[in-house]
Design a protein around this ligand. Sequence first.
Ligand code: WTA
Length: 652
Amino acid sequence: MTTEQTIDTLFLEERRYPPSAEFAAQANATSAIYEEDFESFWARNASERVSWFEPFSTLYEWEPPYTKWFLGGKLNVSYNCVDRHVEHGRGAKVAFHWEGEPDGDLRAITYEDLQHEVVAFANTLKELGVEKGTPVAIYMGMVPELPIAMLACTRLGAPHTVVFGGFSADSLSDRMNDMGCEVLVTQDEAWRRGTTVPLKRIADDAMSDAPGVKTCIVVRRTGNDVPMAEGRDHWYHDVRGSDDPASCPPEPMDAEDLLFLMYTSGTTAKPKGIAHTTGGYLVGAAATHYYVFDLKPDADVYWCAADVGWITGHSYIVYGPLCNGATSVMYEGTPDYPDKDRWWSIIERYGVTILYTAPTAIRSHMKWGPEHAAKHDLTSLRLLGSVGEPINPEAWVWYHENIGGERCPIVDTWWQTETGMILITPLPGVTTTKPGSATQPFPGVDAAVFSESGDEVGPGGGGYLVLKRPWPAMLRGIFGDDARYRETYWSKYDGVYFAGDGARVDEDGDFWLLGRVDDVMNVSGHRISTIEVESALVDHPEVAEAAVAARNDATTGQAIVAFVTLKGGADGSVAKLEELRNHVAQKIGPIAKPANIVFTPELPKTRSGKIMRRLLRDVAENRPLGDTTTLADPTVVEEIRDRGQAEAGKED
Ligand code: WTA
């Protein structure tokens, strides 16, 4: 992390964007909500945003490091996201304008349609043995059946884990085994940039390593032939259940019942199953979605361009927007297919008013040039959002000018898989924004920057981002690993949540995020741990040792550089480099492929044998080496640097 450089450039950032009077006059948020007492804020949101079958008796309980919210309350997520909107006469309103990647593949799904689809899917799951508490894995692309399957699980009270469709068979089987999944929902193939991704075949490989999975439901998408195992695999269209809502009433769930696990990278090779529960998660996702995106359910067309397979898609494509009765866009494919103006044509077609995306996507569009957006009428847009990594001021201003027509507020939202909901963000209509700053903690959220020793750092100083008080959508732990939960988030400071991000607070109390401080890399907004990639490399039979570091990348934020020692001191070839990159793709998924690999006979180590990743980061970044005095053999790193420079240009 180039903390010093980042701080230098941030210090120069003096542009200010106060809210316009017109926006402020109609905004859902007013400055008064910052004044509201924390407990009454969350109690009010729980009753305004969510319908309860039975009211909660206690707002929250906090026994560090575990919290519970809305104790005694009973609710159902699919009821909140679907049925109640139909009951309130809004069944004809569109929930999703779904757009497939192939030309002309469009579907408008109303809330009434969604209710029938969710009920039919829930009945199917039920007939195949799923009941309250049965863990279900979902491995799909961006098709409507993905949110439908998630909602069907919540209707029955079956916790789900959605595995991003770009992950490998190993990643899928690891997650299914960890959660103990008995059922997998997938699709024949997915469309991606004009070609197909063989999801069912990958799922077959995964299931061969996950013997607990006894049932697989396959949704037809491309229609191509895929192998089906007799007795285990079922085409969804063959086993689709009744869609009569009366045949499958939503199960009343306890506020603290497990809703889903979302696996995320940490500093070890094994992904962590982050646990989110029913009541707190739904209230947190819905309340933030309402205020941060200023949602007007009857007027807005909202588009979060993330993938449902990540937490952003869970909270801000599926649960938050549907709970609020929003009309959303859901798009299956890539932004440059068939052309680089695909996104802007979607915005024009549906009259999208709110767009939420990631800095890596904004930087890609910047690279392709503003002429693609300029071909389309984007005047429907009134609000823009960003998430996933720090947004560089240049990208922020480009987004503001070329997409937002200089009239749309930008909400730069900081949060994590673990936090479940946005925690640091401007409120449109209230906050004066600054390019590169996520500005203020959301109402009721108590964030601070701490020094190494746990003192609060004053204005201007850098340190570690912490949260001093629980919030409703906070993780309830790491599935099956209490020790790791305590160690990862709660061991650095007593009773205070350690986020793993560096941050700085300025004179106005605005937060500037400075990137990860641990061994987690952020590639295109996706968290990948260095150790996960190292393990994948060492898994290759010819690799003796590997170390991985990230360097800054103009488009993807960070790019992965791997340093590899082959067995027997063999020299690496270009073919070997490709083979290793593909090996990582196969073990983890294409997103984890190193951008380049430096072959080296030796890795830089301390005398006690620890790999000095700090020096490898210096090499990866091509900057002067830091302190090398503890190195066992100082010549090693010089040699690696020479090799690294020779390798430059071999990335794709
Ligand atoms: C980073 C994604 C700066 C951060 C919702 C965090 C950000 C990690 C921002 C979580 C932002 C996310 N500014 N950094 N607005 N949003 N991050 O779990 O390092 O995939 O810890 O959740 O992304 O990534 P995750």
